[in-house]
Design a protein around this ligand. Structure first.
Ligand SMILES: C[S@@+](CC[C@H](N)C(=O)[O-])C[C@H]1O[C@@H](n2cnc3c(N)ncnc32)[C@H](O)[C@@H]1O
Length: 440
C-alpha cells in the first residue's frame, strides 16, 4: 500500500498505572500501536494501556501540532506528549479533536481488543470515570467534608497574574486572606509559604506593589505548619522602605471574616488575591464582592451556573479570569485535581479564550458532530447549544454550558437573562443544567 493511502488516526491512550495523565498520539495502525504499548519492555506486570478515544483524521500531524499548541499548559511530559487527565480535560481534548477541520470520524475499537484489555487490567485505584465521578463531584465532596486543603501551585498564580496589565498592581496593597501563610523568611521557597504569598514577595518590585498583607488561618489543617495561632504578615520592599512584620493579635484566628481581617479588607486592601476554602466560597464571594475591592481569586469551575453566584455574573460584578486551575497540591504535596477557575473584576484584555467561541448563524451550527449533539430544542422549545457554538442571529434566550461563559461570551454582546440555572428536559428527562443567555 502506498504511503498516501495509509489511514491516519489520532488516539488518546492511558496506562492503568497512570490515571492522572494520558497520551495523545497519532498512528497509521491503531491495533499495532496498542500492542506496542502493551509489549513495552520494562513495564511492570499489570500495567495495561487502553484507548480512551480513537478517530480517523485527514492530517494527523496537523491535528497533533494543533493539540500541542492548544493544550500546551496541560502537557505533563513534553517529550512524550503526555497530558493531564481528568474527565473534564478528556472531554475538552475530544471536543477539540472532533471539531478540528481534519477530523473524519470517531473509531470504535473492536470489542475483542477492549475485552482482552479489560480482562487483564488489575487496578487498585479505579479511574474517576470508572467511579463515575467528575472533578466537579470531587469538588462537591470537598465541600461536603470541608476538605479545603488544596494548595495552589506557584506556576498557576504566576500564569494568571502575569496576564494582567502591569499597571494594575502599581502602588497597590495586595491582600491574601485565606491561609496565605509565610514561612521562614530566609527561605522563601520552602514548603511553609503559600504560592500567593511567595509570588507577591518574589515579584514585589517588578509589580511595583505598595504592600503585601497575608493572613494565616488558625483552624482546619495547618497546611503550612505555621502553628495554631492566626497571624497577619506584612511585607514592604521598596527603594525607600524595607519592612517585614508578623503580628499575632490577641484572639485573632486568621479567618477571612474575623473583624480584623475585615478591617484590613475594607480599610487597607486594594486587590484581594487568593484561593479561598471551597466549603466557604459563598460567604467569601459575598464578603469580597460587597467590599467593592478588586479581586482575583480561584473558585469552582461551575460557579458560573450555580444559583448562588449567577447574579454576580449577571450584574457584571465578576467575570472569568484567564485560566482554569485543575491541579493542586495536597498537604502531603501530592498532586490532586479539582476543577477550579480564576474569577476577577479586573479588566481583561484580548482574552485568548475568545477563540474557543464558535459564533455563527444558527443555520450553520451543525445539529450533531458524529455522536455529539450540538444544537437541539428542549421540551419547552428552548434552544440548547453545546461545544462552544453560539448562534449569532438568534434573538430569543438560549441555554449554554459554563464553557462559553468562561471563554468570555458575556463580553461579546450576550447577557445572562435568568438568575437561576436553567434545567432543561428532553423527552421528559432532565439533562445537565445550563445558563440562559440572550443576545443584547
Ligand atoms: C483551597 S486552600 C488554599 C490555601 C492557600 N490560599 C493556597 O492557595 O494554597 C483554602 C485554605 O483556606 C483555609 N480556610 C478555611 N477556612 C478559612 C477561613 N474561615 N478563613 C481563612 N482561611 C480559611 C483552609 O484551611 C485552607 O488552608
Amino acid at each position: 500500500m502506498s504511503k498516501d493511502k495509509l489511514k491516519q488516526y489520532v488516539y488518546i491512550v492511558q496506562s492503568s498505572k497512570e490515571i492522572i495523565s494520558c497520551k495523545i498520539g497519532v498512528t497509521n495502525d491503531l491495533e499495532r500501536r496498542l500492542k506496542e504499548y502493551n509489549n513495552m519492555t520494562g513495564k511492570s506486570k499489570g500495567t495495561v494501556y487502553q484507548y480512551l478515544f480513537t478517530c480517523e483524521v485527514s492530517d494527523m500531524k496537523q491535528v497533533e501540532n494543533d493539540i500541542k499548541a492548544e493544550f500546551n499548559n496541560l502537557r505533563e511530559d513534553k517529550s512524550k506528549e503526555m497530558y493531564f487527565y481528568n474527565k473534564n480535560l478528556f472531554e475538552k481534548y475530544v471536543d477539540f479533536i472532533k471539531s478540528h477541520k481534519a477530523f473524519v470520524e470517531e473509531i470504535f475499537i473492536k470489542t475483542d481488543i477492549q475485552k482482552e484489555t479489560v480482562k487483564i487490567v488489575k487496578r487498585t485505584n479505579p479511574t474517576l470515570k470508572e467511579r463515575e465521578l467528575s472533578p466537579k463531584d470531587i469538588m462537591q465532596q470537598a465541600q461536603k467534608v470541608k476538605n479545603d486543603e488544596f494548595y495552589t501551585q506557584y506556576e498557576d498564580v504566576e500564569k494568571e497574574v502575569e496576564m494582567y496589565d502591569s499597571e494594575i498592581w502599581k502602588d497597590k496593597v495586595v491582600f491574601c486572606n485565606c491561609d496565605d501563610a509565610v514561612g521562614d523568611t530566609e527561605d522563601k521557597n520552602n514548603n511553609n509559604t503559600s504560592a500567593f504569598a511567595l509570588y507577591f514577595i518574589k515579584n514585589f518590585e517588578k509589580l511595583g506593589l505598595k504592600k503585601l498583607i497575608c493572613t494565616h488561618f488558625s483552624g482546619g489543617i495547618d497546611l503550612f505548619s505555621q502553628g495554631p495561632k492566626g497571624y497577619v504578615y506584612t511585607y514592604i520592599f521598596t527603594k525607600t522602605k524595607n519592612e517585614e512584620t508578623r503580628e499575632f493579635p490577641k484572639g485573632y484566628n486568621g479567618s477571612f471574616d474575623d473583624p480584623l481581617s475585615l478591617k484590613i479588607l475594607n480599610e487597607e486592601a486594594d486587590i484581594v488575591c487568593t484561593n479561598p476554602p471551597f466549603s466557604r466560597a459563598r460567604d467569601y464571594w459575598d464578603i469580597v464582592i460587597n467590599s467593592g475591592k478588586k479581586f482575583l481569586i480561584i473558585s469552582n469551575f461551575t460557579n458560573v451556573k450555580n444559583d448562588a453566584y449567577i447574579p454576580y455574573f449577571m450584574n457584571k460584578q465578576v467575570w472569568a479570569g484567564y485560566n482554569e486551575v485543575y491541579w493542586y497540591l495536597t498537604p502531603k504535596k501530592q498532586i490532586t485535581k479539582a476543577a477550579g477557575h480564576w474569577y476577577t473584576n479586573l479588566p481583561i484584555k484580548d482574552r485568548p479564550k475568545y477563540r474557543n467561541i464558535k459564533l455563527m448563524p444558527l443555520k450553520n451550527i451543525p445539529e450533531k458532530i458524529k455522536n455529539t449533539i450540538i444544537k437541539e430544542y428542549d421540551d419547552s422549545k428552548t434552544l440548547l447549544v453545546n461545544n462552544n457554538y453560539i448562534p449569532s442571529d438568534y434573538k430569543k434566550p438560549f441555554a449554554i454550558s459554563v464553557f462559553p461563559i468562561l471563554s468570555g461570551i458575556l463580553e461579546k454582546g450576550y447577557e445572562i437573562v435568568q438568575e437561576k440555572q436553567y434545567r432543561p428536559y428532553i423527552n421528559g428527562k432532565e439533562v445537565f443544567a445550563r445558563v440562559l443567555v440572550q443576545k443584547i
